[in-house]
Design a binder for this molecule. Structure first.
Ligand code: HAM
Length: 429
């Protein structure tokens, strides 16, 4: 038997209702916040990711699925969406019409990380990006949108961490501070971090090696090094969050695993997820559009890890809206012919309807209805056809009633109301 590739997974029919619910909820919210959907390809030129995410990051150094195609081009399965969204923003000159542009995209990403709970080699992201706004309220509004989404899903036990990584003016000073701090701590650093110390010392905050982690507990804070513009930008982000009653913690170690960030960064963490606790992350990337050959337009965005979100929800969701499901048990050729037509008519009325296409006994048809978890069964045989009325059985209450064959579909539809067992969509906070 040929099995799944390690780190990849199937999302089974028993799980997809929750995925659809999450996607429908986020689409609705994103559209209310003025976002439009962009669909981007899964494959891009490798250079796009190397130049945006950064050559010294784990993603680009170790985790990309890269191959050379027949023409010799180096192509990569996208490890994230921001780079592609920026490419599309530039390529289609969205900025010419209006530099302010809000785009979202939903789909799979690929990173060749070591698979474990909450970490897959193909995983899904909901991605939101805002271009053309320097104002810190754009950052705060995105965070607000993210938290509103979490709230709509009724997620509990999550915390929001925020930080500022400064700009091209103040960050170099901080990097120097960090290099000085690390200068005589070589023995405590792993070989990767020794290399990072010279090239990209901020990355060391992300290292999972215990000695590196311990070393960094005493490291200087970037928040003490922000220039006045970055400080004021970060203060406003926080003011708006406070004004919007969004609880948060500042975390000066939050450098994120991608190099394009400037100023605000943020993550939403859920303790219940264990080691892979980041359910969403994002930040500002003011130099990226220009670095990829576009105009000097700022950007800010986030991505939600859908697989992790679903894991959290699976433990918290009680039930989703369930559509009524009708089964028609037809006995005899005449009844089956009529039933076949009714099945199509019920489906046109948006009722999930099934019948048995093999000529089986009533008992085995009822067993099948049970297996399919039908809410109602419509029973019809030669006798019912002659009498002009079928039997409608409520599978929950076991009550039965006779329903006229004339105008049957309309009559039954008015009898069967969709059963809502699920959550409501109201914001709770
Ligand atoms: P990221 O932090 O690399 O950011 O990924 C965002 C989220 O994707 C994570 O918080 C996590 O929930 C999920 N995720 C990442 N890797 C995996 C994995 N191997 N398995 C399962 N879930 C995973 C970005 O990708 C940025 N592009 C976010 C962004 C958008 N920044 C600005 N705009």
């Amino acid at each position: 038997m040929i099995k799944l590739v390690r780190g990849f997974k199937d999302i089974l029919p028993t799980e997809t209702a929750l995925w659809q619910y999450v996607e429908a909820t986020v689409r609705e919210l994103l559209e209310d916040f003025g976002f439009a959907e962009l669909r981007i390809p899964i494959l891009e030129k490798t250079e796009l990711f190397a130049r945006s995410i950064g050559a010294g990051t784990d993603i680009v150094e170790k985790e990309m699925y890269t191959f050379t195609d027949r023409k010799g081009d180096s192509l990569t399965l996208r490890p994230e969406a921001t780079a592609s969204v920026v490419r599309a923003y530039i390529e289609h000159k969205f900025y010419a019409k209006d530099p302010v542009c809000k785009l979202y995209t939903i789909g799979p990403m690929f990173r060749r990380e070591r698979p474990q709970k909450g970490r897959y080699r193909q995983f899904y992201q909901i991605n939101a990006e805002v271009f053309g706004l320097h104002d810190p309220r754009a950052d705060a509004e995105l965070i607000l949108l993210l938290m509103k989404f979490m709230n709509r899903l009724d997620l509990s036990g999550i915390v929001l961490h925020i930080n500022s990584l400064g700009c091209h003016k103040c960050r170099p000073h901080f990097k120097d501070d960090l290099k000085t701090f690390l200068a005589n701590r070589s023995e405590q650093l792993c070989s990767d971090c020794l290399r990072r110390r010279d090239e990209n010392p901020l990355r060391i905050f992300d290292c999972k090696v215990p000695t590196c982690k311990e070393t960094m507990t005493d490291a200087p804070s970037i928040l003490d090094r922000l220039c006045s513009k970055c400080r004021s930008h970060f203060n406003t982000v926080q003011d708006v969050l406070k004004m919007s009653h969004i609880p948060y913690e500042t975390n000066h170690r939050l450098v994120r695993g991608l190099d394009y960030y400037t100023r605000t960064t943020f993550e939403v963490l859920a303790g219940a997820l264990g080691a892979q606790d980041a359910v969403a992350g994002g930040g500002r990337y003011d130099g990226l559009v220009k670095a990829l050959g576009g105009p000097d337009q700022p950007g800010v965005g986030f991505a939600i890890g859908v697989d992790r979100l679903i894991e959290l929800l699976a433990g918290q969701v009680q039930g989703l809206e369930k559509r009524s499901h009708l089964f028609i048990a037809a006995l005899g050729v005449r009844a089956q012919d009529r039933a076949f037509q009714w099945v199509q008519d019920f489906r046109m009325q948006r009722f999930r309807t099934e019948m048995d296409l093999e000529d089986r006994s009533l008992k085995s048809q009822m067993r099948r209805a049970d297996k399919l978890e039908a809410s109602y069964v419509l029973i019809v045989g030669d006798r019912e056809l002659d009498e002009g009325a079928a039997v409608l059985r409520n599978m929950t209450t076991k009550e039965q009633e006779r329903v006229p064959l004339r105008g049957l579909v309309g009559f039954v539809v008015s009898r069967i109301k969709p059963t809502t067992t699920g959550r409501n969509n109201e914001d709770r906070r």
